[in-house]
Design a protein around this ligand. Structure first.
Ligand SMILES: Cc1cc2nc3c(=O)[nH]c(=O)nc-3n(C[C@H](O)[C@H](O)[C@H](O)COP(=O)(O)OP(=O)(O)OC[C@H]3O[C@@H](n4cnc5c(N)ncnc54)[C@H](O)[C@@H]3O)c2cc1C
Ligand code: SF4
Length: 463
């Protein structure tokens, strides 16, 4: 048995900082089989408990070990419709891999890498099998938003015999998977394939349709005669710091910056949308969104891409792998450092960010040590672009146009039972970031699936 975990080959850091190609290269068949052979096939596989959608982990890994890669992909798809995506972006190190028994004394099985390998092998083989569907039950469900929550809900419902239409505000389906997470972490061709799979299953996707503007939730019931609505509209409203100079030219929210780069392809030579390719770029924040922005800035040609974060590395919410990749690529980290003003020249364009040094005090409500300003420690970092990546909240459009849908006072998230996805409005269900606030792909998928089961139980219970 191979003891050491098989590392996945990656693009060289010096080269990849200047291109948008994917960083990890994937396993070969032999590497996947060797890694799969490390799995102990535990009788009580704790890894499965760590997966929010309960992928049958030892079973699919066993199939890889036997060399039946396509069967492995199909095993994963029994509970997870988007495995090539999850294999790439799920925080396995805090979920399935954190529970793997091998991790207690050494390195856990590389479950995410194996999931990605199986899904990629199936896709590249062209031998994609559609699962059995229940006969049509005559009920129609409208799904608002085509992110992981909406797509998962739609996929489960269509398999259960519902007619499903997804309404998406943007001109591409996929939510954060297409407009937020960059190409070098999640190639858009892969997201497209997974969406095509759902369309082949029978999910109808209507783009450029803003629920709350093109039609309200009530219109979907009254005019379009849908029997239920699932709201999976995400948390796409960026937060700002509220400091002087934030309106200067060259200051972006991470949402806008990443959308211009990912969705509008502003990085190609003749793009339909512009982006300021700064020479010295500061990204403010310490999460995945900040790492994605700082690494994007580098690929857009920045001579220096810097992260400014008010706590220390231990408190950074980004995945360890993303911080590691960013450091390898030469991103500069200014930790325990908080922006207090954005400085602009006479023409209104950014010239720098004034920051103060911070030190860590007692833990706050989040359990992390509270950053406290060090008096008189102001200093300026010169830059020509600033990207603010300090968080997102739900867009209020749908609740504002649907008075019977209640939202939480503090965060503006739709109030829904997280166990079953039911909201306080009859026949309306919700899940994903719109309910939890900004979270993860797999949690959004889990919520979409849960809501689909509730819709099926409420509208078309099996005899
Ligand atoms: C840059 C970035 C990087 C991330 N990296 C990771 C990662 O590595 N791993 C991870 O697990 N998570 C990551 N996340 C978080 C993860 O992407 C989200 O938690 C997840 O996408 C939430 O899914 P969702 O379906 O709830 O919402 P979204 O993915 O936000 O999708 C919502 C969709 O609804 C549409 N919509 C909104 N309002 C309307 C309306 N009124 N009418 C019609 N359509 C509407 C939006 O256009 C969007 O397409 C990242 C997030 C960002 C922003
Ligand atoms: S816990 Fe680890 S070793 Fe056990 S079945 Fe899961 S992946 Fe295999």
């Amino acid at each position: 048995m191979t003891v050491a975990r098989i590392a996945m080959k990656e693009q060289d850091p010096a080269a990849r900082g200047r291109n948008f190609d994917e960083v990890p290269r994937g396993y070969t068949g032999d590497e996947a089989k060797s890694e799969a052979a490390r799995c102990l096939k535990c009788k009580k596989p704790l890894c499965v408990d760590g997966c929010p959608v309960n992928v049958k982990i030892p079973e699919f890994i066993g199939l890889i070990a036997e060399g039946d890669f396509i069967a492995a992909a199909r095993k994963i798809k029994e509970t997870n419709a988007l495995p090539a995506i999850c294999g790439r972006v799920c925080p396995q190190e805090t979920q399935c891999e954190a529970r793997c028994i091998l991790g207690k004394k050494g390195e856990s099985v590389a479950i995410g890498n194996l999931e990605r390998f199986a899904a990629d092998t199936e896709r590249e083989s062209g031998s994609i099998d559609l699962p059995q569907k229940r006969p049509p039950n005559g009920k129609r469900v409208a799904v608002v938003g085509s992110g992981p929550a909406g797509l998962t809900c739609a996929g489960e419902l269509v398999k259960a015999g519902f007619g499903v239409t997804v309404f998406e505000a943007l001109h591409e389906a996929g939510g954060v998977l297409v407009y937020g997470i960059p190409e070098f972490r999640l190639p858009k061709a892969i997201v497209k394939k997974e969406i095509e799979y759902l369309e082949a299953l029978g999910v109808k996707i209507v783009k450029n349709f803003v629920v709350g503007r093109t039609a309200t939730v009530d219109d979907l019931f009254n005019d379009e005669k849908f029997d239920a609505v699932f709201v999976g509209s995400g948390a796409g409203l960026p937060s700002f710091m509220g400091i002087n100079g934030e309106n200067s030219t060259g200051v972006y929210s991470a949402n806008e910056y990443l959308t211009r780069s990912n969705l509008m392809k502003a990085y190609i030579d003749d793009p339909s949308t512009p982006i300021m390719k700064g020479r010295r770029v500061i990204t403010v924040g310490g999460g995945n969104v900040a790492m994605d922005s700082a690494r994007t800035a580098l690929r857009l040609g920045a001579e220096k891409s810097m992260v400014v974060y008010r706590r220390s590395e231990a408190e950074m919410p980004a995945r360890a792998a993303e911080i590691h990749h960013a450091k390898e690529e030469g991103i500069e980290f200014n930790l325990l450092c908080n922006p207090v003003e954005i400085i602009a020249g006479e023409n209104g364009a950014v010239t720098g960010v004034k920051c103060v040094r911070m030190e860590l005090g007692e833990p706050d409500a989040s359990g992390r040590r509270r950053p406290v300003e060090v008096r008189g420690s102001e200093f300026v970092i010169n830059c020509d672009v600033v990207v603010i990546a300090i968080g997102n909240s739900p867009n209020p459009l749908i609740p504002n146009t649907t008075p019977r849908l209640k939202v939480s006072e503090k965060h503006g998230t739709i109030i829904a039972n997280e166990v079953d996805g039911r909201t306080l409005m009859q026949d309306v269900y919700a899940g994903g970031d719109i309910v939890t606030g900004a979270a993860t792909v797999i949690l959004a998928m889990g919520a979409g699936k849960t809501a689909a089961y509730s819709i099926a139980a409420d509208l078309a219970p099996l005899p």
